[in-house]
Every structure is written in C-alpha cells, then in structure tokens.
Design a protein around this ligand. Sequence first.
Ligand SMILES: NCCC[C@H](NC(=O)CCC(=O)O)C(=O)O
Length: 448
Amino acid sequence: MKQFEVNFDGLVGPTHNYAGLSFGNVASQSNANAISSPKQAAKQGLAKMKALADMGMTQGVLAPQERPDIATLRRLGFTGSDARVLENAAKQARQVFLACCSASSMWTANAATVSPSADTADGRVHFTPANLTNKFHRSLEPEVTGRILQATFANEKYFAHHAHLPDNEHFGDEGAANHTRLCSNYCHSGVELFVYGRYAFDTTKPAPKRYPARQTLEASQAIARLHGLDEDSVVFIQQNPDVIDQGVFHNDVIAVGNQNVLFFHEQAFYQKDAVLQEIRRKFGDHPLHFIEVSTDAVPVADAVKTYLFNTQIITLPDNSMAIIAPSECEENENVHRYLSALIASDAPIKEVKYFDVKQSMRNGGGPACLRLRVALTEQEVAVVNPATLINDTQFAKLNRWVDKHYRDVLTENDLRDPQLLIESRTALDELTQLLKLGSVYPFQRQGS
Ligand SMILES: NCCC[C@H](NC(=O)CCC(=O)O)C(=O)O
C-alpha cells in the first residue's frame, strides 16, 4: 500500500505580530513589540509548503483563526460597536487585547494530536484539538481549530474528531508538539511517544521551577485513551524539567522523530536510559535509529536559539530522508558543523535544506511548529478536502490572496484599527471559499 505523511502547514493570519505573550518561550519574550510583517510571514510559510510539494511530498494547508477575536473581547465585557470594543480593550486592558489579536494558530503543531488509522482501535484517523490552556491567547484556538479540522478531514468513515480536553491546567494539552510517532512504514502500526512536562495530580513528582510545563501526563493519557491506542504501542515520557527551565517549552524544541529515526538532545528526557529501552522494546525487531546529540556538540542554548530539533525530518519519494531546517541553523557555527557531519555520516538523513522562516522564528516557531503531520493511506488522502492540498494552482491562488489582503508591516497601534478587522474578515471570508471550508469563523456564524 502507498503511504503518505502529509504535512498540514498553518497559513499565517493577517494579524501576525510580536506581543511577548509566551512566558517560557525565549524568542517570544525577547521580540515583544517588534514590528512584524504579516505579508512576509505568510509568504515565507507558503514558500516552504511549495518547496515540499515540489520535492514530491503531499502538502496541505490549515486556515488561520479570526483575529482580533471580538467574540472573546465581548465575553470579557467590552461592548458597543466592533470599533468601540477594539478601542476600549486596547486602552483599558492592553495585555488582554494583545492576546486576542495573536495569529498564533499559525503553529499547527499545536493544533491537535493525530493518531493514524494503523494505530487506532477502530481503524480511523483520530484528531483531538489541543486545549492550549497554559497561555490565554492560545486557549482561544481549539473550538475553531476543531471546525477547520472537520472541514479538512470531512469523512466520518475514515476520520474521527474528538472535542478538546477539559479547559483546565490539569489537562493542559499542547497537541503534536509534544507527540511523535515511530514506525517502519507510515501505514503500519507504530509506537506513539507522548512527552509531558509534569504530573497534574501528584505534586511530589519532578517539575520545572522557572518556566511552566504546558503538557501534563494526565492529558497525554486521556488522548491515548480517546484515540483507542494499545498500551504496548504507547510510551509516556517525562521531559527533562531542567531543559524546560532553559526555554524548551515544547518537546519539539529538543526532539523530533520520523519513521524509524528519533533525533534528540541528550538532555531531552528525564530518566533517558529507561525511556530509550522502553521505546526499543515496544518498537520490536525492526531497525531503529537513535540520533542523540551531545551537549558538547550542541549546548541546549544553541538548540533553543537555532531550533535544530524543530526541524522536519521527511521521507522523500525515493525513500531517503531529508531534514528541513531554519536558516538560523546554517548561521550558527556549532549547529551547522553538526548538521554537515550528520548528513555525511551513515545516519539515514542524507540531505539538509535550509529555509527562511524568520518571521515565525521570532515568536519561537520553527519549521516543525508550522506543520501538523497526518500519516494517511492512499484511500484516506483521496477523501481529504482537495482544496486544502497544495499544488501549483492553489499555491498561486493563496499567494495572490496574501498580496491582496495582507499588510507589509504591522505595529501594536495598527491592531486597534477597525479597518484591520474589516480587512481580516474580508480575507478570511474569501479564504474559506478558496479552501472550501464552509462557515468556520464566528463572524460567519453570527445569528446562526
Ligand atoms: N510551537 C511553537 C509555538 C510558538 C508560540 N508562540 C507564541 O504564541 C508567541 C506569540 C507572541 O508572543 O506574540 C507559543 O509559545 O505557543
């Protein structure tokens, strides 16, 4: 059977900005209030999607959210016309206002956790949107994300959609950024790795001290239950609390897997040796490659700065593996040296391709944050909403759509401009037609 791992990249929304909203995410905090370029950001993302499609990969796109989020501002007590809501929120509750303007849904690794049909009890692909409770601005995403996923994967025979977990820190869930899957073939059952930062109900267990652990063990266990995963094919792994305190706010900042390769930093996991043993045991007799990067070769600080592990390892149509890295990795001496040696070694990764995704990197999102992986059979690909798959025509249409609607620069002051709200809604309304999503946004459903 033909096998596919389809990357669904998040399209950057028209309000992309830097507001320093993510405590524990070093890049987000250090670029607070920098001037952003939504147009450049969206184009950098589209260029990456197109490049992967041109490599022969099946590539998809997920629509962004409606921002500024007027519906949430109204829930929080701001009233009057939309323009008044924006003006008063910006004046009276600046931080809340900024949170309601974030284009953070672009990082679709946090959109959901996905289990392919080969792993699940009912043989369907399972999706659970992440509740993202740890950050207010991100907690606004799951409902609309669920609708976008249902409009993208709209076939009950093949796809099962769950509600996001209860909105509470006990079940803090960050989606695929803390989940990876190892397998020998995408269509054969694999081992799903769930990485959590802390225990919600047992405070005697180790936990980070400086920065928050966004994902709990209990959330990861709930997802595994919902998706009908077999316990012999699941490994729950605690992230090393010390690296969370050094700015590793998601596991995908320090580890990434693809097929039978797990690429990780030596400090990534708590009680690493036991973890690796359990993975090996559950993976079975097939070849499995652990590529472990030592602190001597790449200190954690360099990994956080360059996003060496927030790379995408992909299997190309000729079955060789390539690594999709941000250009920051090429610019850093340690990391560049490491990657050059890696592809010259006998490891399965044979090629590295660097991409400029700086607009996203400044908010702490690398190539891997920008995509949600969905392993699909040929039959399943055939029932995905075809308008969400990237080909030359869709790429050209999306680029034109960005040119037409996006601003070149955006500052904090622009976010309160009622014209920006109108521009964003006009753009998104057109996008839902382009991607054939139906009415997924609150502004499209008013009165329904
Ligand atoms: N997977 C990468 C996610 C990056 C995201 N950054 C942000 O939301 C920053 C937004 C800002 O600060 O404007 C986060 O931390 O969840």
